[in-house]
Design a binder for this molecule. Sequence first.
Ligand code: C2E
Ligand code: MG
Ligand code: MG
Length: 666
Amino acid sequence: MQPRPSLDVVVASTAADTASTAPLVLLVLLLGLLVALVILVLVLRTRLGRRQRAAGELTAAVEKLLQGNLSADFSSSDPAEVGVLAQALERLRLSLRTAAGSRDYLSQVIASMSDAVVVTHLDGAIARVNPAAERLLGQAAAELRGQPLVNLVAPGQRSGFTLADPLARTRETAFLNGAGEEVPVAYAAAEIVADEPGAQGYVLTARNISERKVAEQRIRYLARIDALTKVPNRMQFQHLLQRAIARARRGDHRLALIYLDVDKFKEINDTFGHTAGDFCLETLTDRLRGILPDSSVVGRLAGDEFGVILDNLDPARNLRAEVVATTRLLQETIAEPLHYQGHQLYMTTSAGVALYPGDGNNVIDLIRNADAALCRAKRQGGGALDVYHADMNAATVERLMLKSRLRKAFEKNELRVHYQPKIDLRDGSIAGAEALVRWELTDRGIVLPSEFIPLAEESNMIVQIGEWVLDRVCSDYHRWQMTPVNPGRVAVNLSLRQLKQRDFISRVQEIYGKHGVSPANLELEITETTLMEDPTRTLQLLDELHNMGLQLAIDDFGTGYSSLSALQQFPISTLKIDQSFVRNATTNHDQATIVSMIIEMGHSLKLEVVAEGVETEDQLRFLRALNCDYAQGTLFGRAMAADDFRDLLRDQAGGAGRYRPLFARR
Ligand code: C2E
Ligand code: MG
Ligand code: MG
């Protein structure tokens, strides 16, 4: 716009100076006006052209945007020329690009996931699947789309299948793939919350767990079946006995328990070697199975000790005489000569018999009484048989006495809590402890918990003892915290009866609250059997405990009968491998397999794994090689008094960790 003022100045000064040159001035003035007009037209044309061009670019860019092309650039448009519209469009484009970028990114992530992802509409019909879901279900996305997802769940699993789980818990089910085969999966489902009704529905992620299932079955097999004779081991035998008793009770029939023990088995081993001993035990099992009806059970209870359950006996018959006759037949058959590497071997057995319900109406009593009969038979030399009768059992009297002494001891505050250190297997540091109750009798020495806890469990005493233990632990923990040591997390064993208490949660809360101990410093140990006793109620309880900040551990894992999938529903963070597996892990291939499988499975479920009963450096090396997380055992020390545990922690804090040398040697 510069030319106009300068022209005016020129015109004004020219008019003031010379009035005489008027015609010339007029001419110059006209010329000036003409020039100004030309310039004005030129300027206006330029501006108009630019504005038209900008509007054209804008239209083209909007067109591109509408076609989903997010590369159209609005930033070059002159904002002063096309107004705020261009700025707004540019912002819109950038935010669309971000959203589309995230969407593409998400799609890529979902497509590349190894877990199957299935998106359904609200009615459960499949809307989208990723390639992993196509592989898992053995069908292409196009075939899957529109099918109700529940139709792909194996018929036997449909009632337990759900997409609507507000907590999106991991569950297990089985899908049917395109070939009609069942594929076991772990899955979690969640609702898609969206304003737009078309976008609402569910998203399910699933993982094929066939391998884990096979491994789990193998663990269970190895844990229940005796590796040498392939018959149930002691644990499984007792479980089967329990079931047989329950059936007998319902069906009003009888059963017999026969205990057999090989006479002087040690001599066979010592004279002919262990392979000969093994051969004898295998032959014995075969012979037993050869005579007994299919409904009976044979189990190996210990090295040379076997059990037989005779099921479905008719109450109307003379059972005692019949069972005695069968047992004699078993003993005679076993006593027939055996041929081993050119040697002729003879094996005799002693036998004890107890009948249900006359000689005991529960597993514990029946076993104890068959055992008492066996003991008496053995005292007669070899090859004898004895049937239980009531006066045989001084042990019963002893038990009753012990029970009443336990009550008195508890009332007089004579029980103690000891702490067994839990060691971090990465570096040998103390990560916490397990609280174990102790009872010492002046005339008898230490009474083991395995002896008196079952007694306490028969009455409500275990509830009081359990509460007292937790109270002691919290009080000790509080004292330790006063000193500059970090006690880590302390585990307390829970019994089923405690969990059954109606106000269990509030009692636990009250105890740790009273001592000012954080629940995060406590772990509750529960056995598999306890967990599965009343899973629905237990789940609710454990959820509450977990939400309060307490950690939960499965104790004696491997000895129960639940499947990992059943255990998965509980908010568990720790798996403790039972010491019976750890004990022989370095010498017995099957036990080693069980331990390594449990560790692997535990880790795949994001659980910390603790090995119990570590006694040797070999076991320690073995567990460390398998990346087991923690260990307890006599290698690191038995359970000790609270002050001794504190001293141990102090040593560690002062740099003199007692277990470090064990970890220096790899
Ligand atoms: P658990 O919870 O599995 O405890 C581990 C047991 O293994 C303890 O036996 C411990 O002393 C023993 N142990 C630890 N390291 C080794 C080792 O290296 N070798 C061997 N052979 N054994 C080892 P304990 O103290 O006799 O307790 C036996 C069971 O009694 C416990 O098994 C637990 O189920 C129960 N129990 C102990 N204290 C309590 C309690 O306060 N409440 C309840 N409800 N049960 C308890
Ligand atoms: Mg325990
Ligand atoms: Mg245990």
